[in-house]
Design a protein around this ligand. Structure first.
Ligand code: SF4
Ligand code: SF4
Length: 452
């Protein structure tokens, strides 16, 4: 039986722009790709190639220096620069720039694996690690770290096929077009953490994907396909866990604390490709959409493709975009520079017209309607949090549990005054983390002085 999560909203979906369009190959490959040395949670990778080196698709170009995932070339060709470049995380990031020879020659290390059934869980996790797989649903957490942390601790594997953000359809298309890889990935992830079953949660607005995956599983019965009532932010980890298991992840805790591990369906397909074909994560499906995009579409693109090239693939802009975002309208991040590249976690480039972006109109005054409180799936009090953020009362904002905010944007969406609530919570979280780091540094310095 399915459960419910508190709060949430139902924004206009706008998925009809692309949901019936099959993922297309790139009509024209990018002349260059710019691959940032961080596309994951953790420390940036260290480049292991130099200008002039020849690389092939899947050649290792960045190795981890701590928590992270290795990075591989997404096209074959020649390295023409290793230098800081603008990237989607804001500012500059050390990047490897590859001139594409348009041959798509695979690295000789990529080989189909014959002994998949004989692999142990630890061996599957090692393959996932070496393939540089990170969460493809948005956060970019290294998948091997998530899986190894779940071994012996979880009793439930959940795949996230909710794709609850408006406009985005790349996961929907993936489930329709590569259902075998999604189901195969679900089975491998379950095996990796020592389980035999997995559940895929999909919003009911994708009935064709639900039916398709159910048909693929057939009588096997080891992968359960759950249709979920459409409600944003269904695809947030904690809300998905609650819907499927009824378990609530306590504030400040992780899915493993309620014996669950959650991976995105695209991540599962990447795991399947890595384990069966030996392929590292070098390309992904991206939805190019929004009212300002001339020909909205889904495209399979190499990681590092400049956003400007992706927009060209979608026919350019048919109207001046009022907002250009990585991701959807609820949680997406602004793109300030068309030369920034898409990354492993980029599932959408969204170009909104002025009308579509109207919800971002200049802020008015809070009318204390309380709708933001009703909409918050984390049971926070956005209006009170914002009042304290405005006064920079960080300890009080922290007491109101701002660190539990999942930045889903439901409060922004529902607020009749169009207040930029989630933006102010991001600012507060940054300020609180900054203060915590300073406090830790001061304590370390004091300890060292005492020991000296
Ligand atoms: S306060 Fe955070 S978690 Fe709650 S609705 Fe707003 S963005 Fe979502
Ligand atoms: S929804 Fe907006 S206007 Fe209503 S109480 Fe919350 S912040 Fe104020």
């Amino acid at each position: 039986m399915l459960h419910q999560f508190f709060g949430g909203v139902h924004p206009a979906e706008h998925k009809d722009l692309t949901e019936h369009k099959a993922t297309a190959p790139m009509a024209e490959a990018p002349a260059q790709v710019v691959i940032p040395m961080t596309m994951h949670v953790g420390a940036p990778c260290k480049p292991v190639v130099a200008v002039g080196d020849e690389v092939k698709v899947g050649t290792l170009i960045g190795e981890t220096t701590g928590l992270g995932a290795p990075i591989h070339a997404s096209v074959s060709g020649k390295v023409v620069a290793v230098e800081p470049r603008p990237y989607g995380g804001g500012g500059m990031m050390m990047s490897v720039v590859i001139e594409n020879d348009l041959q798509d020659t695979p690295d000789p290390s990529i080989k189909r694996r014959d002994n998949v059934e004989a692999l142990t869980g630890a061996e599957i996790i090692e393959i996932v690690k070496n393939a540089g797989i990170t969460g493809m649903g948005g956060a970019g957490f290294p998948t091997h770290v998530k899986l190894s942390g779940a071994v012996g601790k979880v009793d439930t594997v959940i795949l996230n096929g909710a794709e609850c953000e408006p406009y985005i359809t790349s996961d929907h298309r993936l489930m329709l077009e590569r259902g075998e890889a999604v189901i195969g990935g679900a089975r491998l992830i379950a095996r990796a953490v020592g389980l035999k079953e997995a559940t895929i949660g999909i919003e009911l607005n994708k009935p064709d994907a639900i039916e398709h995956l159910k048909a693929l599983v057939g009588q096997a019965g080891d992968v359960h396909i759950e249709g979920l009532k459409t409600r944003y932010p269904q695809g947030a980890e904690k809300q998905l866990i609650q819907m499927i298991t009824g378990r609530q992840v306590p504030p400040g805790k992780l899915p493993a604390d309620v014996q669950c591990v959650v991976c995105n369906v695209a991540t599962a397909a990447a795991v399947y490709d890595a384990v069966t074909e030996g392929k590292p994560l070098t390309r992904r499906g991206v939805t190019l959409t929004g009212g300002a995009m001339a020909e909205p579409m889904n495209v399979m693109a190499p990681v590092g493709t400049p956003v400007s090239h992706l927009i060209k693939m979608a026919g350019g802009f048919k109207a001046d975009p009022d907002r250009l975002l990585y991701g959807g309208p609820m949680m997406g991040n602004p793109i300030y520079d068309l030369d920034v590249p898409m990354m492993k976690s980029t599932n959408c480039i969204l170009a909104l017209t002025k009308d579509e972006a109207a919800e971002q109109d200049p802020a008015q005054t809070c009318i204390r309607c309380g709708k933001c409180v009703d909409a918050c799936p984390m049971r926070l009090t956005p209006l009170f949090m914002r009042m304290r953020v405005n006064k920079r009362l960080w300890s009080e904002v922290e007491e109101l549990r701002v660190m539990d905010c999942i930045e889903c944007g439901s409060c922004n969406y529902i607020c009749p005054a169009r207040l930029p609530l989630v933006q102010s919570f991001r600012t507060a979280k940054f300020a609180i983390r900054d203060e915590q780091a300073k406090t830790r540094a001061a304590a370390e310095a004091k300890k060292e002085a005492t020991n000296a």
